[in-house]
Every structure is written in C-alpha cells, then in structure tokens.
Write a protein that binds this ligand. Structure first.
Ligand SMILES: *Cc1c(COP(=O)(O)O)cnc(C)c1O
Length: 377
C-alpha cells in the first residue's frame, strides 16, 4: 500500500511507520554495537500511538515534566527518566511514582528532595546535570552553555563533597549535531569532571545527536561511547528526541486563497506560528514535495498562514504549475517539535494526527475541535 496524501483531511500531520522503523533500526544498531542505552526524549516527539513500536527498540523515555513522565510511564513503559531545571514541590511524589531515574539541575534541588527520594519505597537512581561550558550551538536560544545559563552545574559550583547518593552525571549541550561535536564535548567533560565519573554508575550524554541523518558519522559515535565505557566502567545513556522522528512525517495543508502584493502570495489552512513554530523560532525552511527555491520553477509564491500575525510566513517557494485554492502542499520532516509545540493562537484549529503503515494504510488518530480550544481558556 502506498501513502496517498490526497486521502487525508487538511491540515494533518502524518507519520510514516516505515520511516520511523528505519530510524529505530539505526538507533538500535548503536545500542547493539556499544551497549549504550537510548531513550526517547518526549520533549521532541510524543505521538504515543507509536510508543509500542518504539519500545521494541529503545529502553524507555526521558521526560522534562510530570506530564511527560506520566505519558511515558503509561504509554511506553521501560525506563522513565526525568530532568527538569527545578521540580515543583507538590508534584514530586507523583514524579517518584513514575520515574526510576531523576536528574537534578542543582545541589540545592538535590538537598531539598534527597530525603524524599531515599525514603521512597522503590529505588530511584539520581544524577546531577553538569554544564561543561562548552557547546558548539550558535543560536543562543538553543545553547544550554551560553553566558549565565540556568541549565546544569558549572565546575565552579560543583560540590564533590555532596555527591553521596548520586549515581549519574548528565550533560546536554548539543542540537542537531554530528558525532565530532560529541567527541570534542566528551573531551571537555573528561577534563572538567573526569575525577567524578569513575564513582558513577552511568553518564547521560543528553540529546541533540543527529544519529539518523544520512551524513551522521555512526562509527565515530560508536568509538566515543565504547572508549568512554571502557575507561570509566559506566553505562552510557543517549536521549535524543529529534533523531527518533527525523524525516518520518509530514504536514499536509491546502491552499485557501491566492492574493497579490508585489508578488503572489498563497494563504494556507496551516500556520507557521501555530503548527510549525520552529520555522519562526529556529528559524528554518521546511522542504515541500515538488517545490523549489524562489525562481527555481516558473511560479513563485510566498506561503502564509491563516492567523492575523503579520509574520506568520513559512517562506517563499516556487512551483512548476500555478497554485490554486484546493491544491495540497506536503511539508517534509514535520514529525518532531511540531505536535508537541503547536498551539491554538487566533483560535486556529490543530492539525489532525494520522499514522501510515503498510498493513493498515492511513489511520486518522486524532481530530481536534472547539472543545479543545475552549478547555484551555
Ligand atoms: C531537548 C533535550 C533532549 C532532546 O534533544 P533533541 O535535540 O531533540 O535530540 C534531550 N535531553 C535534554 C535534557 C533536552 O533538554
């Protein structure tokens, strides 16, 4: 069965299970070759309909909040890790119920909660997030090591005298990067925190590893993990979000109207601001199947969303044929950091969520409506 985008309502996110499986196989091969443990970071991708499939390959999830932890616990199973810049007092008991690994962002948070963890009837492994003050991310909003970052403990603020009770170190300093960046980062981690690694049971290398991208250097990743495990005798965790869902899904939208103002402009039934916020925040330009850069094909359009935000513009694209109302556009790589981030600004409805598999074809899993909008206000 082939995936026919014309059979979908629009707007609609659709994940192709075949592509997801391909990513999971790559990730699993890293686990097999290195003995590392890979978790899905729910922050990037939380479409729980595919959690049973993901669970066949990965060890569990990592959460950044109580709700993510609960979703992972209920829908995925396996290991449930959590890291948050600070925990909310009233939520902490429930967090301990779902999580088997808790990473703290500061020694003050650890002091506040350590007795509750110690007295909890089930064992919970605790770690501390460190900030190596080394990152190759150039966009400050995505750089956990920019000046005065609140994320992780710097070496200056590290308390070797308070490590009793910790079995893990955690760092997260990467975003969409290759394994050469990891290699250089690990070197800095070793220089700064090397004396403490040997006392730990595990070290979590965070996310941002673009493992499933075609030009990713898997061999270098594997060497780096194996050397680290060898040297320190610790388990290594990776917790990518994006790499799991990279290039596995689409956002299908329709053209609603064509207007002119110095150029042709197509208004779509989707929105950068509501349905692909990273297009504005990162920012980046999504690919559209069959479209090119401005001027590459005969007909160039600016594609805009249906909110009143002036800047709700996806970008300029060209097409071989003129666009007309009713035409469908298929935006690529729309599975990660979309569903988890979308919003109903302007009262714009959310895209439906669909899954394609070879056995079942297209299945529409979710449709949204007025009650979803009203409920939050
Ligand atoms: C965002 C985040 C991840 C996942 O990052 P990706 O870029 O999606 O791989 C993992 N761990 C932590 C602590 C994060 O903040």
């Amino acid at each position: 069965m082939e995936l026919d985008f014309h059979k979908l309502p629009t707007p609609c996110y659709i994940v192709d299970e075949r592509l997801l499986k391909r990513n999971l196989e790559i990730l699993d091969s890293v686990q097999q070759k290195t003995g590392c443990r890979i978790l899905l970071a729910l922050k990037g991708f939380s479409m729980y309909a595919v959690f049973p499939l993901i669970r066949k390959y990965l060890k569990g999830i990592t959460a950044s909040s109580l709700f993510e932890a609960r979703l992972g616990f209920e829908e995925m199973g396996g290991e449930v890790h959590i890291y948050s810049p600070a925990y909310i007092e009233d939520e902490f008991d429930e967090i301990m119920k779902y999580c088997d690994h808790i990473v703290f962002n500061s020694f003050s948070q650890w002091r506040k909660y350590r007795d509750r963890v110690r007295n909890y009837p089930k064992p919970i492994e605790c770690g501390i997030r460190v900030n190596p003050e080394y990152s190759e991310i150039e966009t400050p909003i995505y750089n956990p090591c920019y000046a005065h970052s609140r994320l992780g403990v710097t070496l200056d603020n590290f308390r070797p005298d308070e490590l009793d009770g910790f079995v893990g170190l955690h760092f997260h300093t990467m975003c969409e990067q290759n394994s050469d960046t990891l290699e250089r980062t690990v070197r800095v981690i070793e220089e700064k925190f090397g004396p403490y690694i040997g006392q730990m049971k595990w070290v979590n290398f965070g996310g941002g590893h673009h493992i499933t991208r075609t030009d990713y250097d898997l061999a270098r990743l594997e060497r780096t993990i194996l050397a680290f495990r060898d040297k320190y005798g610790v388990d290594v965790y990776l917790e990518p979000g994006e790499a799991i869902a990279l290039n596995t899904g689409y956002l299908v939208a329709s053209v609603l109207d064509i207007v002119r103002n110095g150029m042709d402009i197509a208004i779509l039934d989707t929105s950068a601001a509501c349905h692909m916020p990273d297009v504005l925040e990162m920012p980046y330009r999504p690919n559209i199947i069959g479209a090119g850069k401005p001027g590459e094909y005969a007909h160039t359009y600016r594609l805009g969303g249906l909110t009143c935000l002036a800047g709700d513009v996806i970008g300029d694209y060209s097409f071989p044929e003129p666009l007309k109302p009713g035409d469908r556009l298929v935006f690529c790589d729309m599975a990660h950091y979309t569903m988890v981030k979308n919003n109903m600004f302007n009262g714009v409805n959310l895209p439906s969520i669909a899954l394609f598999s070879e056995e079942d074809g297209i299945r529409i899993l979710k449709r949204f409506g007025y009650s979803d909008y009203k409920l939050r206000l």
